[in-house]
Structures are given as C-alpha cells and as structure tokens.
Design a protein around this ligand. Structure first.
Ligand SMILES: Nc1ncnc2c1ncn2[C@@H]1O[C@H](COP(=O)(O)OP(=O)(O)O)[C@@H](O)[C@H]1O
Ligand SMILES: [Mg+2]
Length: 452
C-alpha cells in the first residue's frame, strides 16, 4: 500500500481530516479509495473515500491580505508552501480480513494509504454480482444479489449509460437464475441484443386492462363509463372489430339501464377516437401474459415498439406484472422474477397511468413473493411517483439533469456527503451506487463494465 498522507487533528467517527504528501498529490482525487491505519490500533484498516480535497497555503490565506498581492513577482522567488488537505469518509473497518463497523476514532499522526483492491476483494465472499469497478482502485464492487427484491433505480441524464448498466444487471441476474422480463420501450436498447424477444402486438391484454385502455384512448371518464367497458370487454365474443365491439357495448349499456344520452356519447367517442386498426390488432394478440411468464429462457424481452399507443404499451406492462402476481398468489410460492422498465417516466409517473398500480404494488409488496423491479429514468422527481421511488432499495445515479434529484435521494439513502460538483462532472459510464445491494451501504463511484 502506497502511503498518501497523515491524519491531522480533529478526527471524528464520521470524518477524518488528512494532509497529503507532496509526492502523493496525484492520487489525491475526490472519491479515491483509501485505508487509514490507526497508530494506536494497528491491526485494523479503516476503509474510506477521499472527499473535500482542498489546496491550501499557510501564508497566502483566503480573506487575509497577503504581501504577494503587492509584489506578485515575489511568488517566483518566494518560498511558497502549498499543501493539500482532504477528509476521509470512513465506511467500514477491516480486521483480520473481515469487514466490520467503524467504531474507533483514529489518532492524529496515523497514516493514510492508497488502498489496494485486493484487501477488499478478499473480504467479500458470497452471492454477489458485478456490474463495474470502483473508478480509481479498480475494485470490482460486489453487489449483494439478495437485495434485488428491494428493487433498483437507475438514474442519470441521457447518454450517461443507464441502459448499458441495466443490461449489465440483466446479464448478471439471468446468470444467477433469475427470470428477467424486460419491457423495451423503444425496441432499440434491448431487443436487438437478446435471443428471446416477444413482439408486443402478440401479447394478449386481459379484459379489465383492455377496458382501461379503451377508456383512455376514447377519452371516456373511468368513473362514469368504466363499468360498462369492463363488462363489455369481458363478455365480448368472436373476432374483434370496431363495429362489433360498439354494437356489443351498446347492448351491454342498454341492459344495465344506462341513459340514452350516455350510450350515444360513448358510441360517438369510440367512433371518433379509436381507430378500427386498434380493434383489428386485438385479433393477433394471442400470447397470454401467462405464456410469456412460462418461457424458460431468460431474459425475455418484450419489444413494445410494435405498439405505438402509450396506453397499450402500459397495458402490456400491467398485464404481465399482474399475471405474475396472480401466479404467486395462486401457487403460494416465491417467484424469482425481475421486471425491467427502462424509460420508466412513461410507466410509473406521478400522474395516473395504466401500468402504475402494478409497478407500485410490486415495489411495495413484491419482496415477499420474489417479484423485483428495476426502473431506469432520466429524472427522479417528476418522472417517478413518490411512493415508488421511496421503495427503491438500491440506487445507481450518474450526472442528473435536475439538482433537486440528489436532495430527493438523500431523504431516504445515506449519501455520505458526496460532492455535488463531482456529481455534475461525471462522465458516461460513471455511476454512484448507494443503498442495500452495495455491501458498504454508502455511495461508491463505479465505472460500469464494457457492455455491448
Ligand atoms: N457500459 C458501457 N459499455 C460500453 N459503452 C457504453 C457503456 N455505457 C455507455 N456506453 C456508451 O454510451 C452510449 C449511451 O449509453 P446508454 O446506456 O444508451 O445511455 P442512456 O440509457 O443513459 O441514455 C452508448 O451508446 C455507448 O456508446
Ligand atoms: Mg437509455
């Protein structure tokens, strides 16, 4: 381990002030992995990350008049003593090769080392998956696969590598025997890369969800018209046609004593706002959500780009997730299914959408049944419903488009004072990992592995 510097006065359990040797300054970067060996507790290495790197000089102090300002040429002759200070944020302690809590405050004069990844690699043995390495040390961050059932969020501006990171997660989870179902919003990010792809236009939409789609497309209020639509979709028989469905719906409404004016309105809206092709296409939807869940291969990608109507895409997401719920409740067994929803702003936003309830139920209660969610989106606030985002146990975040998002994350995850300006300068493929799957539990900056 290369020596980096020395602990100075003022260490606490949560923050260790250090000064860096001149010879080691090139290693003094934000988020560097370091180890501190307490001089009074030498058997233990406190593992932490460098933050608040600051360049100082004892004479040229900020807010104090310096003589060099009046004679700037003196800078070239004078004896400047610039130095670098920083703090180490302690995360865990390693003692005899085992990881434990940091319980001991380190003594001034203790040494700070550049930590070798092998010190940590040896400490983590278990059921882990890997999607990237710590940016500086190259430590392959082990992710605890047990906590995938506490759900995962991936956030960052466009182009930062969210979809590639999600792919890395998919590949690792599939290799661990999870059944992964990917909802590919655009058909570009996942469908071309995997063998088992189902076209969304083949997927059958169950009657209750189909009723919601028709209400949405025809702009009919659910409260007033939902029941009629539900009964009509449930009892419709034969080949789907627009005329056939409208005639059937009219009979249903008559039988239920709907007012003539309501019947006329519903008929008019359906005629005007729903294309014939919408109904025609229902005839080729022959794969039930249960069929999709019973496909042996993993991952299974559902290519949603074949459907253009967002409410139909949402209906398919809802149908497949609800089918999984029906299955676990019927069989009373734990599943091992991970649902992946990229571009999640379309499926789990703050406003009501057809797929939101299914996603919300899964993030709230899915863990008991082994149903997990991975959601990816540009933004957190606004894109993802609050009750959904607060239930994401692990969060990967890169450069964010909205600074308020980081504050939002900090309300339910410990962010250990990561520097907002570091966050603003992250490059593609760089993500902080925070939350339950990260065995150190507090944010670690990784570079994701190469994913085609
Ligand atoms: N892990 C990675 N391996 C290889 N290339 C990557 C990786 N992450 C990002 N890239 C590059 O960055 C581009 C954007 O990545 P993508 O995952 O599509 O970003 P996002 O989903 O955040 O918009 C990719 O097309 C690729 O060129
Ligand atoms: Mg993407």
């Amino acid at each position: 381990m290369a020596e980096l510097g020395i602990v100075v006065s003022g260490a606490t359990i949560g923050s260790i002030p250090v000064q860096i040797y001149r010879s080691a300054e090139r290693h003094a970067v934000e988020e560097q992995l370091v180890g501190v060996v307490d001089r009074e507790n030498p058997g233990e290495v406190v593992v932490g990350f460098l933050r608040r790197i600051t360049k100082l000089e004892p004479v040229m102090r900020d807010r104090v008049r310096t003589p060099y300002v009046d004679r700037p040429e003196m800078v070239d002759y004078g004896i400047l003593l610039p130095y670098t200070s920083a703090i180490v944020k302690p995360y865990v302690a390693i003692r005899e090769g085992r990881i434990g809590e940091v319980t001991n405050v380190v003594t001034p004069g203790s040494k700070v080392y550049l930590l070798d990844a092998s010190a940590l690699e040896n400490a983590f043995r278990g059921d882990y998956i890997y999607v990237g390495v710590h940016k500086y040390s190259g430590w392959a961050l082990p992710l605890d696969v047990r906590y995938v059932t506490h759900h995962v969020g991936v956030f960052g501006a466009t182009g930062m590598g969210k979809s590639r990171l999600v792919k890395a997660l998919i590949n690792e989870l599939a290799a661990k025997g999870f059944r992964v179902v990917v909802f590919d919003h655009t058909g570009v990010d996942y469908a071309p890369y995997y063998n088992t792809v189902v076209k969304s236009t083949e997927v059958k939409i169950p009657p209750n969800i189909l009723a919601s789609v028709i209400a949405k497309v025809a702009q009919l209020q659910w409260q007033t018209h939902g029941e009629y639509l539900e009964i009509a979709t449930m009892t419709y028989e034969g080949r789907w046609t627009k005329e056939g469905f409208i005639a059937h719906l009219r009979r249903v409404m008559k039988r239920l004593n709907a007012r003539d004016s309501t019947i006329e309105k519903v008929e008019l809206y359906l005629k005007q706002l729903v294309n014939s092709s919408f109904f025609e296409e229902l005839n080729s939807r022959i794969k039930s959500p249960e069929d999709i869940l019973s496909i042996e291969a993993t991952p299974v990608v559902i290519d949603l780009s074949f459907d253009t109507d967002l409410s139909v895409k949402q209906a398919i997401v809802a149908s497949v997730i609800e089918a999984a719920w029906a299955q676990v409740k019927r069989e009373k067994t734990q599943a091992k299914i991970v649902f992946v929803v990229d571009e999640a702003q379309n499926y789990a936003p703050q406003t009501w959408t057809i797929s939101k309830d299914a996603i919300e139920t899964t993030v709230r209660e899915g863990r008991k049944w082994g149903l997990s969610m991975i959601l990816a989106s540009q933004r957190i606030v606004g894109d993802i419903d609050p009750s959904i985002r607060a239930n994401l146990g692990t969060i990967f975040f890169s450069r964010l488009t909205a600074p308020t998002d980081i504050r939002e994350i900090s309300t339910y995850l410990d962010l250990a004072d990561i520097n907002e300006s570091v966050l603003a300068q992250l490059q593609p493929r760089e993500f902080f990992v925070a939350g339950l799957m990260n065995p150190l539990r507090r944010p670690i900056l990784i570079k994701t592995k190469e994913v085609p």
